[in-house]
Design a protein around this ligand. Structure first.
Ligand code: NAP
Length: 284
């Protein structure tokens, strides 16, 4: 478990409306819950409204409003309709979190063009469709957008070329829209999390215990992230606590993307040996 402490004032999003794609599961659920508990009206949009039930229950428990929309982000006309309905209900959208994505592990030579296209359509094209539509609404009065990337957008990674290409595009979009929309008072940033525990990730990215151990072994800080600690960073970037940050990609990955040339355990062994060594090194 993480010891991360809340970074935001309890009313940080009071009176604001936050639109979250894929806000009913995993990281999206953690973000939408946190935004709701910080005072926002939460609009959750994804393909299956059954996935929004837990969020709706949390809204009832903690006293925040949830508007649930069925939406496939690959459909620009549906995106337009859902954004229009949201603005009719709440007047405007202050915060957009582009969280929806699809991913699975597949070596590139076995990846069908259809599979590549499906991931690009959701995780890259969908982010553009939603940003464009919400951005048009944010023209009056500004707003903040936070996209969710992944460290392999810059490092690359075997088995996820489709997702890596989509996320690289998302980071390019983050910087381009940040520059283009800054004069309109719209900030655009991204959070790039390493492996964190979510149902979707466990099922698709480390489906066996052996694969889970392998991924864990690649994280220098020795544990998976939690959706809640990543959500806190997303909310900080979306909030007025970071008014001078735009075009940024915040990496939060336990060191997953750092080079790892030394075998696991070697550093700890050397440190232990040196600290019990009675002969000081004459070069020190
Ligand atoms: P998740 O629980 O599977 O969340 C994905 C969400 O996207 C679901 O709520 C899903 O809802 C929604 N979605 C998928 N296709 C959609 C579509 N076509 N239209 C609208 N919504 C769609 O996975 P997660 O692990 O929390 O991932 C959340 C984000 O973090 C993603 O952007 C992912 O790439 C990123 N990320 C995750 C990890 C990790 O280790 N978990 C690491 C780096 C980055 P429906 O099924 O209801 O549509």
């Amino acid at each position: 478990m993480s010891d991360a402490q809340p970074l935001l004032h309890p009313d940080a999003f009071a009176g604001k409306t936050a639109f979250i794609t894929g806000g009913g599961t995993g990281l999206g659920l953690a973000v939408s819950t946190r935004l709701g508990r910080l005072g926002a009206n939460v609009v959750c949009a994804s393909r299956s409204v059954e996935h929004h039930e837990e969020l709706i229950a949390r809204g009832e428990t903690h006293g925040f409003e949830v508007m649930s929309h069925e939406l496939d982000v690959r459909e620009p006309a549906d995106v337009k309709r859902v954004v229009r309905d949201t603005c009719e209900r709440f007047g405007r959208i202050d915060v957009l979190i582009n969280n929806a994505a699809g991913n699975f592990v597949r070596p590139a030579m076995l990846l069908a063009p259809k599979g590549f296209k499906a991931v690009i359509d959701i995780a890259l094209n969908g982010v553009f469709y939603v940003s464009r539509e919400v951005g048009r609404r944010m023209r009056e009065g500004g707003g903040t957008i936070v996209n969710i990337s992944a460290p392999y957008a810059t490092t690359g990674k075997p088995g996820v070329v489709h997702s890596a290409c989509a996320k690289a595009g998302v980071e390019a979009m983050t910087r381009s829209l940040a520059a283009e929309w800054a004069p309109l008072g719209i900030r655009v940033n991204a959070v790039s999390p390493g492996p964190f525990v979510s149902h979707g990730a466990a099922e698709r990215l480390w489906p066996s215990e052996e694969m889970e151990r392998q991924v864990l072994g690649q994280i220098p800080l020795g544990r998976f992230g939690t959706a809640e600690e990543v959500a806190e960073l997303v909310c900080v970037l979306a909030s007025e606590a970071t008014p001078w940050i735009t075009g940024a990609v915040w990496l939060a990955d336990g060191g997953w993307s750092l080079p790892q040339p030394i075998a696991e355990g070697d550093v700890a062994r050397v440190v232990r040996r040196r600290s019990t060594d009675e002969q000081p090194d004459p070069r020190e």
